[in-house]
Design a protein around this ligand. Structure first.
Ligand code: ATP
Length: 271
C-alpha cells in the first residue's frame, strides 16, 4: 500500500502526540437520564484511542457528542484547538471528523462503489447541476473522485464486490464498505462504533489489520468503541473507561486492565 492519492488534505496544525480533540467536563442528559456525567479526556494526534465500558455506559452518546450529533448541556469539545459547544455533524465531517455506526448505515440498494462515492460528496466543489452537465471541470473533478474511490476499494480489498448492491454482501464486508465510505471523507479523526460487532474471527482479524493500516499508513487518528477486550488491548494506545456515564479509568491498556474499578465494573460489583 503506497502512493495513494488519498489523504492529500493532511492537516499538520497539530503535531503527532499532541491533543487533536479534547473533551472537557462534558455532561449529557436525556430528560431524567444522565447519559454522560462530567467526563474529560483527550485524543492525541496519531493514536488509536479506545472508549470502553459495560452496556449503557455512555460510549455511543460520547461519539455522538464528538461528531456533533448530540449537544451536551455542559462542557466543551475542542478540535485542533478550536473550542465549541455546538456543531452539526456535517460541519464536523467538513472539519475532518468522520464515523461509522454500531449498526451498518449504508444505502443497501446501491453498489459498493456508489456507497463509497457518497462519502466523497463533501469534497465535490461543484454543485449538482455541474455534475449533471458532466463536462469540463465537473467531469475532471468526478474522474479524480472516482480515482480516490478506486484506491480505497483496492486498499480494502473489495474489488470483487465493487458493483454488488451492499445489501447482498455478508455483514463483515458491509462493515468494510462502511469503513471505506468514512475514509472517502479523508478524515483526520475517524470514529468507529463497534467496528467488529457481529464478525467472525477471520473478519475481525481483517478489520484489525485495516484499522492499523489506516492509522499507520495514512496517519489517521482513531477513536473506537469495542466490546471485544482482546481487540481493544491489541489495537489501542490508550483506553478510556466509562461506567454509568462517568469516567472510571484512563490510561495504557495494561494499566486499565489492572484497575480495580474496571474489574469491578465488568464483574458488575454494586457501588
Ligand atoms: N436518544 C436517547 N434518548 C434517551 N436515552 C438515551 C438515548 N441515547 C442513549 N440513552 C441512554 O443513555 C445511556 C447511555 O447510552 P449509550 O447508548 O450511550 O451507552 P453505550 O455505552 O453506548 O451502550 P451499549 O454498549 O449498550 O451500546 C443509556 O442509559 C441509554 O438508555
Amino acid at each position: 500500500m503506497n502512493g495513494l492519492a488519498l489523504f492529500s488534505r493532511r492537516d499538520d496544525s497539530v503535531a503527532k502526540g499532541e491533543p487533536l480533540l479534547t473533551v472537557e467536563n462534558v455532561s449529557l442528559r436525556f430528560g431524567g437520564v444522565k447519559a454522560i456525567s462530567d467526563v474529560s479526556f483527550d485524543i492525541r494526534k496519531g493514536e488509536v484511542r479506545a472508549i470502553i465500558g459495560p452496556n449503557g455506559a455512555g460510549k455511543t452518546s460520547m461519539l455522538n457528542v464528538i461528531n456533533g450529533f448530540y449537544h451536551p448541556q455542559e462542557g466543551r469539545i475542542s478540535f485542533r484547538g478550536q473550542t465549541r459547544r455546538r456543531m452539526r455533524p456535517s460541519h464536523a465531517a467538513a472539519q475532518g471528523i468522520s464515523r461509522t455506526f454500531q449498526n451498518v448505515a449504508l444505502f443497501k440498494g446501491m453498489s459498493t462503489l456508489d456507497n463509497i462515492m457518497a462519502g466523497r460528496t463533501l469534497h465535490m466543489k461543484r454543485g449538482f447541476f455541474w455534475q449533471l452537465w458532466r463536462h469540463g471541470p465537473a467531469l475532471d473533478e468526478e474522474i479524480r473522485h472516482r480515482r480516490v474511490v478506486e484506491e480505497i476499494i483496492d486498499f480494502l480489498e473489495i474489488e470483487a464486490v465493487r458493483k454488488t448492491p451492499v445489501g447482498k454482501l455478508p455483514y463483515g464486508l458491509q462493515k468494510r464498505v462502511e469503513l471505506g465510505r468514512a475514509l472517502a471523507m479523508e478524515p483526520d479523526l475517524l470514529l468507529l462504533d463497534e467496528p467488529m460487532a457481529g464478525m467472525n474471527l477471520e473478519e475481525k482479524e481483517d478489520m484489525c489489520r485495516f484499522i492499523l493500516d489506516v492509522n499507520n499508513a495514512f496517519g489517521v487518528t482513531i477513536a473506537l468503541i469495542e466490546h471485544d477486550m482482546g481487540v481493544v488491548m491489541d489495537l489501542s494506545d490508550r483506553v478510556v473507561v466509562l461506567e454509568y456515564g462517568r469516567k472510571i479509568a484512563d490510561g495504557a491498556p495494561d494499566e486499565v486492565k489492572a484497575s480495580q474499578a474496571v474489574i469491578d465494573a465488568y464483574l458488575g460489583v454494586a457501588h
